[in-house]
Design a protein around this ligand. Structure first.
Ligand SMILES: Cc1cc2nc3c(=O)[nH]c(=O)nc-3n(C[C@H](O)[C@H](O)[C@H](O)COP(=O)(O)OP(=O)(O)OC[C@H]3O[C@@H](n4cnc5c(N)ncnc54)[C@H](O)[C@@H]3O)c2cc1C
Ligand SMILES: NC(=O)c1ccc[n+]([C@@H]2O[C@H](COP(=O)([O-])OP(=O)(O)OC[C@H]3O[C@@H](n4cnc5c(N)ncnc54)[C@H](OP(=O)(O)O)[C@@H]3O)[C@@H](O)[C@H]2O)c1
Length: 436
């Protein structure tokens, strides 16, 4: 096999965006490797009616390359349903629609290789050797875009998997819950979508749904204009230069900008409960339990006994259910295939890589050999990092760094908010000293 300029590992939206941007760049040889047989975006969370939390204009390319043929609008035109889409006037685009767009791009773009799980990456002193199920690829640079593994809390790891599963397996496992008492643990959007689904009587009714969340309440996504400034290149450039401790502090305060539940989902849940309680519609019992941190679950072969601390009065409370759904989110971890390179990588605050502002992992290899990483730098680089919002900008930035030239013009206007006094105009790639 010829030596490549770049091997991408994983084809989710983020590396797909990078591949779509590279499609407009000449004289670059690349391949993207994906373990699945075909593109699929979180298929086990594709429940009826679920919506995108971001504008469809924040697609794979538009932010930096609006004339690319891989935009969402280009997909709409190719499907001949642009006017119908406009007439439908969705407040939020159905996730199924956006997933179909992503799949359309993946089906038509060159350089994407499926059924190709990566098992090991080594560096031979000159190049990366990427060993996959289909052979070894040699490349000057890597782009890791493998998403995040599900976070399964320690207290759940010994529980029977057919009755205790993570939301990332939801669709495959839900049919077994008919007639059961089910606890959904976690108050983010995944938990909210599962609760909405179960209360709606989908797939045959469950008997009872308990929704436990550690958060103070069932809190909404903050999608207001000034909070959305966190999802701009101007703010990202400033955030990247802060010290680690300040980044961590800000990250917990900004959590609801990315991890709150959509207002439409929360309203729907409330209305389902109202209809059940006052209008005799539906017969699934709902118990809403915020400020409950689950710390132990016992299973006696039939029942699960959940022990949770109530953050309001500090009591320990117990709940009995037949099944558990872990809506406990995702974690950042160095993948197994990177084990040979682990000693050469600098560890970041997220617990895996330390990333620079060009999304490059800091390592002790040659400066002209880069390991770009997407979706592993929320604390290093900002709250935008695991979200779709800036993916087109990020992949354009990666292309510029890879090519060593400004293929894409990423200079920005002065941010609307003066985050720092000298933040008049942040040129792409400008590096200033770290601020405390
Ligand atoms: C249900 C859900 C809905 C979301 N909706 C939104 C939203 O509306 N707006 C928003 O901004 N954010 C959203 N997010 C957050 C984020 O945008 C998504 O998680 C997004 O899919 C992240 O893209 P990714 O490419 O990093 O990872 P993924 O989509 O997880 O894709 C990673 C790919 O890498 C592959 N892979 C893994 N290991 C290997 C290997 N060793 N070899 C080869 N391939 C491998 C996987 O099979 C997978 O296909 C959502 C998250 C979830 C869970
Ligand atoms: N429609 C969509 O667009 C969509 C759908 C799904 C997901 N997403 C996105 O994907 C990302 C991940 O979402 P997610 O909901 O899967 O994960 P998440 O936002 O990280 O939520 C995980 C939840 O689990 C809680 N938790 C963890 N351990 C707990 C315990 N022991 N007891 C009680 N609660 C516990 C967390 O509490 P703390 O907050 O206190 O840690 C949090 O409420 C988010 O950015 C989300 O917006 C989007």
């Amino acid at each position: 096999m010829d030596k490549l300029d770049l091997v991408g590992i994983g084809i989710g939206p983020f590396n797909l965006s990078l591949a779509a941007q590279l499609d407009d760049v000449r004289d670059v040889k690349y391949a993207f490797l994906e373990q699945k047989a075909e593109f699929a975006w979180h298929p086990d969370m594709m429940l009826p009616g679920v919506e995108l939390q971001t504008s469809f204009l924040k697609d794979l390319v538009t932010l930096t390359n609006p004339t690319s043929k891989w935009s969402f609008l280009s997909y709409m035109v190719s499907q001949k349903r642009m006017l119908d889409f406009m007439n439908a006037d969705f407040a939020a685009v159905p996730r199924r629609e956006f997933a179909a767009y992503l799949k359309w791009v993946a089906d038509h773009l060159g350089g994407l290789l499926f059924n190709n799980a990566v098992r090991e990456v080594e560096f031979d002193g000159n190049d990366f050797q990427v060993r996959s199920d289909n052979g070894t690829y040699v490349a000057r640079n890597l782009a890791i875009g493998i998403g995040k593994p599900a976070f399964v809390p320690g207290w759940a790891r010994h529980l029977p998997v057919e009755k205790c599963f993570h939301t990332s397996q939801a669709k495959s496992r839900l049919p077994d819950l008919h007639g059961k008492r089910v606890a959904v643990i976690g108050g983010g959007q995944s938990g909210a979508e599962l609760v909405e689904y179960l209360l709606g009587g989908n797939d045959g009714n469950v008997e009872e749904v308990l929704w436990l969340s550690r958060r103070d309440n069932f809190e909404p996504l903050d999608d207001t204009p000034f909070v959305n400034e966190y999802f701009t290149p101007g703010y990202a450039d400033i955030f990247a230069r802060l010290h680690d401790s300040r980044k961590q502090e800000l990250m917990s305060r900004q959590k609801l900008a990315s991890d709150g539940a959509s207002l439409s989902t929360l309203k729907s849940i409330y209305q389902l409960i109202y209809r059940q309680r006052y209008l005799d519609e539906g017969n699934v019992i709902a118990r809403l339990l915020p400020q409950r941190e689950v710390f132990q679950v016992q299973h006696d072969g039939e029942d699960f006994r959940i022990a949770a601390r109530n953050g309001l009065n500090q009591d320990v409370e117990f709940f009995h259910v037949d099944a558990l759904i872990l809506a406990t989110g995702y974690e950042t971890a160095l993948p197994e295939f990177m084990a040979p390179l682990r000693p050469r990588l600098e560890e970041g605050v997220s617990g895996a890589y330390r990333l620079d502002a060009d999304f490059r992992a800091c390592w002790d290899g040659p400066a002209d050999r880069s390991i770009f990483v997407q979706n592993a730098g929320r604390i290093d680089l900002g709250i935008f990092e695991p979200q779709l919002s800036l993916m087109a900008w990020r992949s354009a930035k990666i292309v510029n760094a890879l090519m060593g030239q400004n293929v894409f013009d990423l200079d920005q206007n002065r941010p609307i908010v003066d985050w720092v006094a000298d933040g008049t105009h942040v040129a792409d790639g400008a590096v200033v000293q770290a601020w405390g």
